[in-house]
Design a binder for this molecule. Structure first.
Ligand SMILES: *[C@@H]1O[C@H](CO)[C@@H](O)[C@H](O)[C@H]1NC(C)=O
Ligand SMILES: *[C@@H]1O[C@H](CO)[C@@H](O)[C@H](O)[C@H]1NC(C)=O
Ligand SMILES: *[C@@H]1O[C@H](CO)[C@@H](O)[C@H](O)[C@H]1NC(C)=O
Ligand SMILES: *[C@@H]1O[C@H](CO)[C@@H](O)[C@H](O)[C@H]1NC(C)=O
Ligand SMILES: *[C@@H]1O[C@H](CO)[C@@H](O)[C@H](O)[C@H]1NC(C)=O
Ligand SMILES: *[C@@H]1O[C@H](CO)[C@@H](O)[C@H](O)[C@H]1NC(C)=O
Ligand SMILES: *[C@@H]1O[C@H](CO)[C@@H](O)[C@H](O)[C@H]1NC(C)=O
Length: 799
């Protein structure tokens, strides 16, 4: 890549070598402080800032050719402070001063820049790191000793060479919806437009279409906004394709990459020979987001895909270790603002704050819980978390201020399809959408909020006047200047996400019946696609994505109770879709959102409350759900489960599906047993023929609710090969399962939350006997429920 220079920096070279007036007094203080410290560290040998200085000088000669940071002036980056349009143009709004951790070294400052959307460069001296976010970038510098000013140019050459045109998924995929065409007179100006676009996105509440790279030839500049990025390229003379892909040199030159300990496991990387540095970076960019960095020498290129990334470096002559991309990103719907840590959220500018901007939860102390609170609020725009609790922001968070011990994350569950803006959605027939009308000035927010409030929403498509909420799968996009198309992906990292495998109730609970496995060799199945597989699967609870030995595996989790646990597993990412609420989950009624249920037959019970309405549903065999609203309580009877809600009808109503059967040990491929796997007695069940699982379940409900023999149905074992339905009537219920293909074992658990359930204690009409189990006896809510079922109880209270 050619080094670029602005006209104003040439002006600076000619005229501003000595500009003491342009150096603020505070900076002179920094210098003095630094010199004093240097005297100390010289006396103490290698420690402290002296070490930093040594690193700076080792890097001095090579930085132009290594990572994404370039000098602003041709003759070097050192002894320069950054400026705006000219050497006198300095303003506090041009940069964010980052905390102590970022100011430790040039490298940590660079990483702070990479983690800050809209970063245009850095100014660094030991102890102070400024991340520059000025709209026009850094166009000039002024001389100040022992300060480094570097411009951030995070582009790599596709395939490592010039004369390439960008493509999408593969070399045949050149959908015009992927890019916008503009005109610039230089490659640098085209790169600049791309970075400007991302900076402008920060302040916008509309659909974000992040620039993912550029294609430049003649004076045609294409800004690529395809969400999955530039996935391929083809040969084309006179054109360059440059995916946006940041790299940061780790430690210094003559260092190789390493994991936790010094031994380098060959599974950590893929080795290539005869590749240039540009080619090596391009290989890494192609493996994003799984490429964590590269180790490069003249002899080889190692593309690192170890999930925990590069942790340190080891001395290796002639090698350099470059880290790729943002650090600490876990791939869920939350992104860090200005690096995330030690930052407090602000609205449109650093002084834009009001207590009305957020809801505060003092009890919420973990990042995962705070994220869940955000998902519960359809207006959530971001979260702020510290030792005092969690704030759910409901106005757009565009910036942040330094604030020790606080984290600020922006929530963006809507991911533009191919960039989102100026695209319409397409799907495969039959396409299911609901059209809603909102005022033009708030259609983007209201349309997304309608989607977030409905169950099974796949995404939204809108123009100035009309909003379409998609409930069938969005396959892709087409170019249309008047429309926007976004997928809804409210993923939350489970226990940090990275190096975690998803589990059911316990750390070893992972029955194959919980998920569907999708496997693919190399680049075919991206994390984005795995997420899309989940959001388009009814009942998806989350994904587990692994990259091991180049084989990418995507597990789409459908376990009824979702992902409750995770366990250590290197190379694996576990993301939950939506919220997990153990209390809400304990009820057999699941809210499908506002509106009436869609279906055929219902019976109306006017003048009953919601709890009574649920009891009516439980008592009627064949009840699949209910809606409750101005028209009263309506019980829906149908052949199949209710899974959609009529959003165009009365929004004061709410529709609930009723699913009282729960899988035991994953359900599928399991047959029920009594106390343990060998405990089976003919008195435990009554056997009937049944044409389907649903028919078998209905028999159980009928037997339980109309129980005359004093042996109510506690669950079912259904075998689809012979159509046999066993109604379990063992008084202690189902205690264990065994392997049996084609069988399904489920418990009948018609629980409902009284008065909303959580936060309520039970009370009978008269004081009578009640059972209490101590927490040492009851592991969790599920255990409490099974104790209840086994003892024929009338309800349960878990606290
Ligand atoms: C650093 O040490 C030198 C002598 O080694 C001394 O002349 C200079 O004043 C010291 N600088 C500071 C800032 O203390
Ligand atoms: C690498 O390059 C050298 C010299 O250009 C050549 O002799 C060798 O065959 C190449 N190796 C491979 C694997 O392409
Ligand atoms: C910050 O933003 C708020 C809300 O948009 C505005 O009222 C205020 O004037 C802005 N302040 C500054 C200093 O720009
Ligand atoms: C907006 O989209 C609807 C269909 O979704 C269409 O009927 C209407 O004409 C469009 N309006 C504009 C201004 O493009
Ligand atoms: C976009 O909207 C404008 C003005 O409403 C209209 O003239 C134009 O034809 C529309 N374009 C498309 C592709 O629908
Ligand atoms: C949705 O509700 C509207 C208004 O009540 C009604 O006209 C329409 O038929 C309903 N659609 C379905 C699919 O039930
Ligand atoms: C629960 O624990 C308390 C104190 O340890 C004990 O007094 C009580 O009997 C226990 N209750 C049951 C039901 O075991």
């Amino acid at each position: 890549m050619t080094l670029t220079m602005s006209v104003s920096s040439l002006f600076c070279l000619a005229t501003c070598w000595v500009v003491p007036a342009a150096v603020p007094a505070q900076e002179l203080e920094w210098q003095t402080a630094e010199l004093a410290l240097r005297n100390v560290s010289q006396r103490h040998g290698d420690s402290g800032l002296g070490f930093v200085q040594r690193k700076l000088s080792t890097e001095r000669k090579e930085f132009q050719i290594t990572d994404s940071f370039m000098p602003v002036d041709v003759d070097g980056a050192y002894d320069r402070v950054c400026r705006g349009i000219d050497p006198f143009d300095d303003d506090g709004s041009y940069y964010i001063v980052r905390g102590e951790a970022a100011a430790e070294s040039l490298e940590s400052c660079k990483r702070a820049c990479v983690d800050t959307p809209g970063c245009r460069g850095i100014e660094f001296r030991p102890g102070r790191c400024e991340v520059w976010v000025r709209a026009g970038g850094i166009q000039a510098t002024a001389v100040t000793l022992r300060v480094v000013c570097l411009r951030y140019v995070p582009f790599v050459l596709a395939a490592g060479v010039e004369d390439r045109a960008c493509r999408g998924k593969d070399e045949f995929d050149n959908n015009p919806a992927y890019y916008e065409i503009t005109t610039t007179d230089s490659l640098a100006a085209c790169q600049d437009l791309c970075l400007q676009r991302n900076l402008a996105n920060l302040g916008s509440s509309g659909s974000l279409s992040w620039c993912r790279g550029i294609e430049f030839g003649g004076n045609r500049c294409e800004l690529w906004t395809r969400t999955e990025g530039i996935g391929a390229s083809v040969e084309l003379r006179g054109v360059v394709c440059q995916p946006l892909s940041p790299f940061v040199l780790v430690d210094a030159m003559d260092r190789g990459c390493s994991g936790r300990s010094d031994d380098v496991d060959e599974h950590f990387y893929t080795s290539y020979a005869n590749v240039s540095l540009q080619g090596c970076k391009a290989l890494c960019a192609e493996h994003a987001p799984f490429c964590k960095g590269i180790e490069f020498t003249n002899a080889y290129c190692h593309v690192w895909t170890r999930v925990s990334g590069i942790e340190k470096t080891v001395p290796r002559s002639g090698a350099m270790c470059l880290r790729h991309g943002e650090t600490g990103s876990v791939g869920d719907a939350f992104e860090k603002i200005d690096g995330g840590s030690d930052r407090a959220c602000r609205g449109m500018n650093a002084s834009d704050w009001s207590p009305s901007y957020f809801e505060f939860f003092a009890a919420s102390k973990s990042i995962e819980d705070c994220k869940s609170r955000c998902l519960e609020n359809p207006m959530c725009q971001g979260i702020e978390l510290n030792g005092y609790g969690c704030k759910v922001w409901t106005v757009i968070v565009t910036t942040s201020i330094g604030f020790s011990g606080t984290s600020c994350l922006r929530y963006s569950a809507f991911v533009g399809v191919d960039g989102g803006a100026r695209h319409g959605c397409y799907g495969v027939d039959p396409v299911e959408t609901t059209a809603l009308q909102f005022p033009a000035d708030s259609i983007a927010e209201q349309c997304r909020s309608a989607c977030a409030q409905s169950v099974g929403c796949q995404g939204v498509e809108y123009n100035e006047t009309s909003c379409e909420v998609w409930s069938s799968r969005i396959m892709g996009s087409y170019a249309n200047v008047n429309r926007s198309c976004m997928r809804y992906k409210p993923f939350i990292a489970v226990h940090g996400g990275m190096d975690r495998a998803c589990r059911g109730m316990l750390p070893d609970d992972a029955w194959p019946g919980y998920y569907t496995r999708h496997v693919s060799i190399l680049s075919d199945l991206s994390l984005q696609e795995c997420k899309a597989l989940c959001t388009s699967t009814a009942g998806c609870k989350g994904i587990q994505y692994d990259v091991r030995s180049s084989v990418k595996t995507c597990l789409v989790w459908k376990r009824r109770r979702g992902i409750q646990m995770s366990s250590d597993q290197s190379g694996t990412l576990c993301l939950r879709l939506g919220i997990y609420d153990p209390f809400e989950d304990s009820s057999a009624f699941e809210s499908l959102g506002h509106g009436t249920c869609s279906g055929v037959v219902f019976s109306v019970y006017p003048d009953v409350n919601l709890d009574r309405c649920k009891l009516h549903c439980i008592a009627v065999p064949g009840c699949r759900g209910l809606d409750f609203g101005p028209e009263g309580c309506r019980i829906w009877l149908s052949e199949i489960a209710i899974n959609s809600v009529n959003m165009t009808s009365d929004l004061e109503a709410e529709c609930f599906s009723y699913e009282p059967f729960r899988d035991v040990d994953g359900g599928m491929g399991r047959d029920c047993r009594g106390h343990d796997g060998s405990d089976l007695d003919s008195s435990y069940f009554m056997q009937f023929p049944a044409g389907s699982l649903q028919a078998c379940q209905d028999l159980c409900v009928q037997q339980a609710e109309g129980d005359v023999v004093g042996k109510p149905c506690k669950g079912i074992a259904y075998d689809s090969t012979v159509g046999s339905c066993r109604l379990w009537v063992r008084s202690q219920g189902i205690g264990a399962t065994v392997d049996m293909s084609n069988a399904v074992c489920q418990r009948y658990e018609p629980f409902l939350d009284l008065d909303g359930g959580s936060g309520r204690a039970c009370q009978g009409d008269a004081v009578g006997a009640s059972y209490t189990y101590n927490l040492t006896q009851v592991a969790n809510l599920e255990h409490c429920r099974s104790l209840c079922l086994a003892s024929g109880c009338r309800g349960q209270l878990h606290s």
